[in-house]
Design a protein around this ligand. Structure first.
Ligand SMILES: NC(=O)c1ccc[n+]([C@@H]2O[C@H](COP(=O)([O-])OP(=O)(O)OC[C@H]3O[C@@H](n4cnc5c(N)ncnc54)[C@H](O)[C@@H]3O)[C@@H](O)[C@H]2O)c1
Ligand SMILES: [Zn+2]
Length: 371
């Protein structure tokens, strides 16, 4: 079992990663808040892992979970409202809290419910997808979606405890696992030590070896915790580095009508960012190619349709975050050193189209191109 703690914006978060990490949860919950705790999950996740979480949570945790719909459908105003009403009806008090068991969707809506209920109660994040375990459960961002777009209503409400039982990740479908690896690889590029460790971790991660998955989760959370400590509200840039690959990635995710998983879209975004980094940030070409190869081998993202690629262009040009000088993009100067630049939509598109021309489907390099 590995543990560490960090303090960001005056709030302390404990992080616990390992097999069987839910054991002793009752003691930890009592230490955080002595009152009654409520579990929020989706039926699908609860059937798989609710038993072990409830066993760890003991009497402190209400045995009857509050269910949210599976996937992105959980992140609506309506679901949030029903959660708040139900928490209060069941007797949540200021000295109680909420445990979120599930992927990033459950974590986001449950975290926001905890931020709002009674003006804020403690939340514990128990992530069960690789994406949530290595990234979204830590850092305090919570949100629901609005008709105008994803994550447009939310709050910063950091978890008091992020508890990752790595045995819960074993039931994750392969595609979701690989999609989560996109965030892991992304984070590894932002830290020199993690980058070096990836040379050793890549093969066992590909084979889903539990010890490697555990180490990758722990290292990812460590790198994110450092960024969040320096820049809790994403104002000074340290935290923005975690958006590497996400400008093109988000546009592609939307453009594919969510047929590509988040991590798959981010994988394409990472390839584009690496490509542009050679030109704009001085990343040595050999390093860019080695990193791109790792993204390709670990994520195995499907190739987007021509229609989706066409829509990416429109979305990047219309990006609301763009200003006169262009879009904000994260590039890599070298492993462990990200830089924020302004890039024209056209530049990003050229980079994206460049990697599309080069990688037939991720996993296959077109003939005539060096691997
Ligand atoms: N708050 C943040 O900082 C942050 C960061 C990145 C992403 N996000 C959000 O995270 C969400 C995506 O999260 P996600 O990728 O975890 O998706 P998700 O929560 O929809 O989970 C994906 C699917 O996996 C299933 N699942 C979860 N755990 C499982 C397990 N152990 N075994 C088998 N199946 C399991 C779920 O039931 C679901 O069907 C998005 O809404 C995104 O906006 C938030
Ligand atoms: Zn992401």
């Amino acid at each position: 079992m590995r543990r560490f703690s960090f303090v960001a914006a005056g709030a302390r978060t404990d992080v616990l990663v390992g097999k069987g990490a839910y054991a002793g949860l009752d003691r930890r919950l009592r230490h955080i808040a002595p009152g009654r705790w409520f579990l929020i999950s989706s039926k699908k996740v609860f059937l798989l892992h609710g038993g072990s979480l409830l066993a760890g949570g003991g009497d402190r945790l209400d045995p009857k979970p509050l269910f949210v719909p599976d996937g992105e459908a959980a992140k609506t105003w309506d679901v949030l409202g029903r959660l708040l009403e139900e928490l209060v009806r069941r007797g949540l008090r200021r000295d109680g809290g909420v445990v979120a068991l599930g992927g990033g969707t459950v974590g986001d809506v449950a975290g926001l419910a905890a931020a709002l209920a009674l003006r804020g109660v403690a939340v514990v994040q128990a992530p069960t997808t690789l994406l949530a375990a290595s990234d979204s459960a830590l850092g305090g961002k919570t949100a629901v979606d609005l008709p105008s777009g994803k994550n447009l209503a939310g709050a910063f409400h950091p978890a008091r405890l992020v508890v990752v039982d790595t045995s819960a990740l074993v039931t994750l479908p392969l595609r979701a696992y690989r999609s989560g690896l996109a965030e892991v690889v992304k984070t590894s590029m932002l830290d020199a030590g993690f980058h070096r460790a990836m040379a050793r971790l890549e093969a066992p991660l590909s084979a889903r070896e539990p010890a490697a998955v555990s180490e990758a989760v722990r290292r990812s959370l460590g790198v994110k915790a450092r960024a969040v400590t320096l820049d809790p509200f994403e104002r000074t840039g340290e935290r923005a580095a975690l958006n590497l690959g996400h400008t093109v990635g988000h546009a592609l995710e939307t453009a594919s009508g969510h047929r590509l998983e988040h991590g798959e879209a981010v994988a394409w975004g990472l390839l584009a960012a690496l490509h542009l980094s050679v030109k704009r940030a001085g990343l040595p070409r050999g390093t860019a190619e080695a990193l791109a190869g790792r993204v390709v081998r670990l994520v195995k993202a499907p190739r987007p349709s021509a229609a989706a690629v066409f829509r990416v262009a429109a979305l990047l040009r219309a990006d609301k975050k763009a200003d006169r000088v262009g879009l904000r993009a994260v590039l890599l100067a070298r492993p462990g050193r990200a830089v924020l630049v302004r890039a024209e939509a056209a530049e990003l598109l050229e980079a994206f189209e460049g990697v599309l021309a080069r990688y037939n489907t991720v996993g296959w390099v077109l003939p005539g191109f060096r691997a």
